[in-house]
Design a protein around this ligand. Sequence first.
Ligand SMILES: Nc1ncnc2c1ncn2[C@@H]1O[C@H](COP(=O)(O)OP(=O)(O)OP(=O)(O)O)[C@@H](O)[C@H]1O
Ligand SMILES: [Mg+2]
Length: 431
Amino acid sequence: MSLKKLIEQKRINTLGINSGTSVDGVDLALLSVWFSPDGSTRVKVLGHSTVRYPQELRELIMKLSQAPHSTVEEIALADEALGVFFGRKAKAFIDNLRKKNYHTHLISSHGQTIRHIPESKNIAGISVRATFQIGAPERIATLTGIPVVSHFRQAHVAFGGEGSPITTGAIASLLSSRTENRIVVNIGGIANVFDLPASYKLNAKSAFDCGPGNVLIDLATSKLFGKPYDRGGEIASSGTLSSRLLTLISSNEFFDYTGAKSSGRKESKSSSLSTGRERYSAAALEKIIKSSRDLKISNRDMISTLSELTALKIAEAIFKILKYCDTNLCVYLTGGGLKNRDLIKRIRRLLHGIDVKSVAKLGYHPDYLEAISYAVMGYWTLKGKPTLAPEIIARRRGINVKKTKPLAPVLGRLIQAPQRKAWDYIAEQNT
Ligand SMILES: Nc1ncnc2c1ncn2[C@@H]1O[C@H](COP(=O)(O)OP(=O)(O)OP(=O)(O)O)[C@@H](O)[C@H]1O
Ligand SMILES: [Mg+2]
């Protein structure tokens, strides 16, 4: 189908591909997306699947994410390899769903973040922030024959954002309510909070990264117990919280990037900056382990304490929002962290008296909400209407749109698929 025809099509089956900071795998969700007559965005999820990263690929991504210096050659090659991996997995998923007569028209791929630099730096007299995702979208388009939207975070940075969180518009569009004040917390590698008051006031402060999601717990369980994560939170629940360690690691400075001070990154101490996994690096974990050893704290108690810290940072973020939004409130949790029962128990305890539910109650699978959001953002990019959803929500709530501050529009980069003939030729070469 030509791009012109595709843009004109009302319902577009869009495949969202998410590969988050946990580096656990790739989430794929195919949804039919369309604008309803009032202009709001509607979705119907047609299928989803998760593909684990092969160990070698995971190790490469972890290395690139953590090393202060990776060579350009390493990054360039990893970008291509990951693009091929995404493309192959997307193709298998698409082919499978085609058997059910679900066709894919558009792909929207987040890419794998290997660096996040939310603080401005001076480069040759030019002040810039940056965020960097790999997983060449051209490869995905070539392997599937379908146009791909990507580079949402770079677009956010270009519009003056920090590159995170970027799904605010999509989350608001999918989950906000006219009658209920909602706070959505995505517990991925990093935890992000979205404030969705029923009165609707969406602005740059409506969404922020609030600290670690699973990243610290994952790092520690993998280092101390040889497991990629604390399944069900069993290790944490078998340990005891150490108040002394908690106090020590609660300070932001504890998680400053390696070398932050020597490179003079004053801004990195600001807790309001968005976060990447650099902050919660192996070096940060080593500091925690050392302190734990000094305090004679067992490995299990350390995992308990890190889980409590994670819950605490999430609860603190919610309390910050509560100043503005009080009654008729429900907190909705999403992301892989929901499977950590111990962590959820801690969050519930800290939020005592507040309703806490899974986004499943709103009809969205918590493992795929991010992939679904990217699919929506891909659809908006194709339609050239990135800010429409928040404006429409405001309008529907009877709020003067001119008075609402627009969000930084997140228009991704659109890669066209190769023409049919060229694609057939490429497919032949690749078999
Ligand atoms: N059974 C489980 N028990 C405990 N924790 C789990 C379980 N399954 C997954 N997790 C946690 O969820 C994490 C993956 O969550 P998720 O995929 O939402 O994060 P992500 O890939 O960082 O996504 P994003 O950054 O886009 O939000 C795992 O790394 C692990 O910590
Ligand atoms: Mg994941």
